[in-house]
Design a protein around this ligand. Structure first.
Ligand SMILES: Cc1cc2nc3c(=O)[nH]c(=O)nc-3n(C[C@H](O)[C@H](O)[C@H](O)COP(=O)(O)OP(=O)(O)OC[C@H]3O[C@@H](n4cnc5c(N)ncnc54)[C@H](O)[C@@H]3O)c2cc1C
Length: 296
């Protein structure tokens, strides 16, 4: 189907974009890469009468690693982060997650900010934002504010973005030192949204025990989740296959996934547990520690 008719606005600055969104209220929708919005228009699941195209606004794109911080402009194409020099070596989880987003053509156009603002509960970027303690910069009619990812992601396709507010960029914390990370997911076909996905990041202390751990999941609830119970259980312990299984059980106990046409709740919970074990084992191996048998 073709989209319903709409007025097309192409502001050249953030101020103009915010003003246009404020003027048209619920009738207006911002557009970044259009990879989620345009299908919604074509299926007539969204019927905005005004589209505010963000692509002509300068200064909202670009990604760079600065010390322990990955800075990403909201209009940065997902593919540009995927190809950022040195990122795979520094934090493989980020690149592995992005590689699972649709296909290259979608990542060439789809933006990081668009993915987070759209807030699909199976979007890989939502797991990265949670696992890497992202801080998101928003600007709107009331001015600018910064929101942690844990507060930004609220529920299915629902974020903390207020009326007329735009996401302008984010900063992710990418630990240095003896850290390893891994992102794994299960989807029916490559490029499909995940049935379940897991990002794991582990930092080892001087003794080779777990100093810090982060475990974030997608596809298993109304939004991406970080499982504090599993992270706490891991800290201070020797990284072994038994410990990873304990952490997986802690994750499974916390989850309350839905059944749908793609998978039952039980199956999603099972897959999540398997992926947590494997992602932790790989993350620890990449950090240069642990029980190699745990990687099986
Ligand atoms: C076939 C297909 C497969 C896909 N598979 C996956 C997948 O496996 N995993 C995955 O995560 N995604 C997947 N996607 C979605 C893709 O990642 C989109 O690019 C992304 O969800 C939206 O980014 P966008 O820049 O295209 O945003 P748009 O489609 O332009 O916008 C999406 C929504 O976000 C809002 N928005 C956009 N930018 C901003 C901003 N800066 N501030 C405030 N609001 C904003 C828009 O108003 C709109 O509501 C898939 C898409 C397609 C078409």
């Amino acid at each position: 189907m073709k989209p319903p008719p709409f007025e097309y606005l192409a502001p050249r600055s953030l101020d103009e974009a915010v003003a246009a969104l404020a003027e048209h209220g619920d009738e207006a929708k911002a557009m970044a890469g259009g990879q989620s919005l345009v299908p919604l228009l074509a299926f007539r699941l969204a019927r905005p009468s005004v589209i505010v195209d963000l692509n002509g606004i300068g200064g909202l794109d670009g990604a760079r690693l600065d010390g322990d911080t990955l800075e990403v402009g909201a209009l940065t194409r997902q593919r540009d982060v995927e190809r950022l020099p040195g990122l795979r070596e520094r934090c493989p989880m980020i690149v592995e997650a992005i590689e699972q987003v649709g296909h290259v053509a979608i990542r060439n156009r789809g933006t990081v900010g668009g993915s987070l603002a759209h807030a699909d509960p199976a979007a890989e970027w939502t797991a990265l934002a949670l696992a890497l303690d992202a801080e998101l910069d928003l600007v709107g009619p009331g001015g600018a504010r910064t929101v942690p990812a844990a507060e930004f992601l609220i529920s299915y396709f629902t974020t903390a973005l207020g009326p007329g507010e735009l996401l302008t960029g984010l900063r992710l914390n990418v630990p240095n030192g003896r850290s390893g990370s891994c992102f794994l997911e299960l989807a029916r076909r490559h490029g499909d949204f995940a049935i379940a996905g897991v990002g794991a990041l582990v930092t080892l202390d001087g003794e080779g025990s777990v100093g810090d751990a982060r475990v974030a999941l997608i596809g298993v609830g109304e939004r991406a989740v970080r499982v504090a119970a599993a992270e706490e259980l891991l800290r201070g312990r020797r990284p072994t296959a038994e410990l990873f299984a304990e952490a997986a059980a802690a994750v499974q106990a916390e989850l309350d996934p839905n059944s749908d046409v793609h998978a039952t709740a039980d199956y999603r919970r099972h897959v999540a547990g398997v992926l947590v074990r494997r992602a932790l084992a790989t993350a620890v191996g990449r950090a240069g520690g642990g029980d190699r048998d745990g990687a099986a």
